[in-house]
Design a protein around this ligand. Structure first.
Ligand SMILES: C[S@@+](CC[C@H](N)C(=O)[O-])C[C@H]1O[C@@H](n2cnc3c(N)ncnc32)[C@H](O)[C@@H]1O
Length: 186
């Protein structure tokens, strides 16, 4: 199966929650790793690692690596790069997703924040510029739709191994199950 890693570009220290939500989205919807480009933010790493410890899985959070280095390394290893942008090929009205999948290669998904460097749109950086509809919205919603379509919804019912807690789906109310199987209603 093709692996997906997310490159988060343009983290703003005054806007920590959005990067946190991008990372939580990446983890919950099937990506293997998030790389926070160029800057370090230990609080976000702590939060995401804490979520993984409680809720399981093997999600990695890297930070502080220059984006050019991440892209160059990824391409050298034979992976492809998908830049999510409202200006790209529309995921619904074009065959871009089929072409991404047909490569069979691991995918580095770049999401921005403020105006991204123009190089992101070029062939040197991105093999595909993919639009989640041709209206501007958010890195979080764009990433969520891309991952869900890429993994065809399978990621939503997947097991997160080695969790301390599991959510036990309910018609009404909230129930969590500890990994030792003792139930803890909440
Ligand atoms: C809030 S937008 C800002 C975009 C910025 N104004 C620009 O022109 O590049 C932040 C990020 O959300 C993602 N995004 C927003 N709308 C999108 C769309 N329709 N399709 C794909 N990605 C989108 C892109 O990754 C973008 O870099």
């Amino acid at each position: 199966m093709q692996k997906v890693v997310v490159l988060r570009w343009g983290h703003r220290l005054r806007d920590k929650r959005l990067t946190t939500h991008v990372a939580l989205t990446a983890r919950a919807l099937g990506a293997s790793e998030l790389v926070l480009a160029d800057v370090r933010d230990g609080k976000i790493k702590e939060k995401i690692d804490g979520v993984s410890e409680t809720w399981g899985g093997h999600f990695l959070f890297e930070m502080g690596v220059p984006w050019k280095q991440v892209v160059a390394k990824w391409r050298n290893k034979g992976g492809i790069v998908v830049h999510l942008t409202a200006y790209g090929e529309n995921i619904q009205s074009s065959d871009v997703l089929q072409r991404v999948k047909a490569t069979g290669k691991d995918v580095l998904v770049i999401v921005g924040s403020r105006k991204v460097p123009s190089e992101f749109f070029s062939k040197r950086v991105s093999d595909f510029n993919v639009a989640i509809g041709s209206q501007p919205h958010s890195e979080c919603s764009g990433l969520a739709v891309f991952l869900d379509r890429f993994f065809e919804g399978e990621e939503l019912s997947g097991e997160f191994k080695n969790s301390k807690m599991k959510i036990f789906p309910q018609k009404h109310g909230k129930k969590m199950v500890k990994s030792d199987d003792s139930e803890s209603p909440k």
